[in-house]
Design a protein around this ligand. Structure first.
Ligand SMILES: *Cc1c(COP(=O)(O)O)cnc(C)c1O
Length: 347
């Protein structure tokens, strides 16, 4: 199952969905029904699992759109059964077990009850059983506990006659760190986009070497000027030049998703060199120190994530500078930033 929620982690859902259909992904994982519709607009017929909970007033639409829901309660199951019956459809659902994430899912001790109830309800099948790691990237002991709890439950349920087409638990971090499992489906998001999960557990050098981020993000230099010592820069005069400097204005700001918390910490690449962000990031523009790049001129590329010459800024690095996670950095890239696709055949 390829997880494409949040506009395919900021990469552009429709284009990524098209590419994944060509690549032959088996199932799509989405957070909500709007994302499911976007996938349907690209290609019909692909199985889609909604990983978020379906609100009572969304059930009819989920059934009509043939989206497989995640079920945590008998109430949800009843709503789907009733609606499916009314619409003369059959709903294939994935039942979620809460083994320690505390978000969605039924407690393991009530799982059999829920599955027995589903088995008695018309027009509803539990085709999938899954759980979710809370910290597979950081905490080996807790992840093993989650995994063994889920494995034990799968065995019990199977022994009492329940069968599932798909049993799944591994997100990207689970795939990297908890791979010896009985599951027949994985749910990677981050790894598909070439980004490692952010955590304490070590990843093999081979994995680090072979994984390449799919996304690069750049803007342009719009103006370059030399400023005198003590010149104030940006809103709130948030930077005062400590010496004569060469400063470039860039065509991106927080309105494009470049975090405000970058001020004073982050760098961007201009002319193949790391240039510090100066003063507050504004909505549409920001200022960077290009004192070391004599050739900097309007029109030059400024890389926010990606490679330029020998240097690279990763989503992890930008997340460190701005005090957040790589996932937030990627999903924050705003809609107004044009996505350009290279080397793929997808639309
Ligand atoms: C987001 C999500 C995933 C994918 O997680 P990654 O860490 O990006 O691999 C898998 N399963 C569920 C339930 C999710 O919400």
């Amino acid at each position: 199952m390829t997880v494409v929620k949040a506009d395919a982690y900021g990469h552009g859902l429709r284009q990524i969905a098209a590419l994944l259909m060509q690549a032959g992904t088996d199932i799509f994982g989405v957070a909500n029904l709007n994302e499911a519709r976007d996938i349907r607009a690209v290609g019909r017929g692909w199985p889609i699992v909604m990983l978020g909970a379906c609100l009572p007033d969304e059930v009819e639409r989920a059934v009509k759109d043939n989206v497989m829901p995640t079920l945590s309660t008998v109430d949800e199951a009843r709503r789907f059964s009733r609606t499916a019956k009314k619409l003369k459809r059959t709903v294939n659902a994935h039942v979620k077990i809460d083994t320690g994430m505390g978000r969605l899912g039924v407690a393991p001790e009530h799982a059999a009850e829920l599955l027995d109830a589903i088995a008695r309800l018309p027009n509803l099948n539990a085709v999938g059983l899954y759980s979710h790691f809370a910290s597979a990237e950081s905490d080996a002991a807790f992840s093993r506990r989650q995994r063994s709890q889920f494995n034990k439950l799968v065995k019990q349920l199977t022994a009492s006659g329940h069968t599932f087409t798909h049993v799944h638990m591994n997100n990207s971090a689970g795939l990297l760190h908890e791979p010896d499992s009985i599951y027949n489906l994985a749910r990677p998001g981050l790894l598909v986009y070439g980004v490692l999960p952010h955590g304490r557990r070590r990843v093999t050098a081979a994995m680090k070497r072979n994984l390449r981020p799919a996304l690069a993000w750049s803007c342009r230099v719009s103006l370059v000027k030399n400023i005198a010592k003590d010149t104030p820069l940006s809103y709130g005069r948030s930077f005062i030049a400590p010496r004569r400097m060469r400063v470039a204005t860039l065509t991106a700001g927080y309105g494009d998703g470049f975090m405000c918390s970058a001020a004073g910490n982050a760098k961007v690449l201009v002319g193949g060199k790391l240039c510090p962000v100066l003063g507050r990031v504004t909505m549409d523009q920001m200022l960077v120190d290009v004192s070391k790049i004599k050739s900097a001129k309007p029109g030059d590329e400024a890389v926010l994530i990606g490679r330029q010459g020998k240097q690279e800024i990763t989503a992890h690095q930008l997340a460190d500078w701005t005090g957040t996670l790589p996932l937030e950095v990627l999903t924050a890239i705003a809609y107004r930033v044009p996505r350009v696709y290279r080397g793929g055949q997808a639309a």
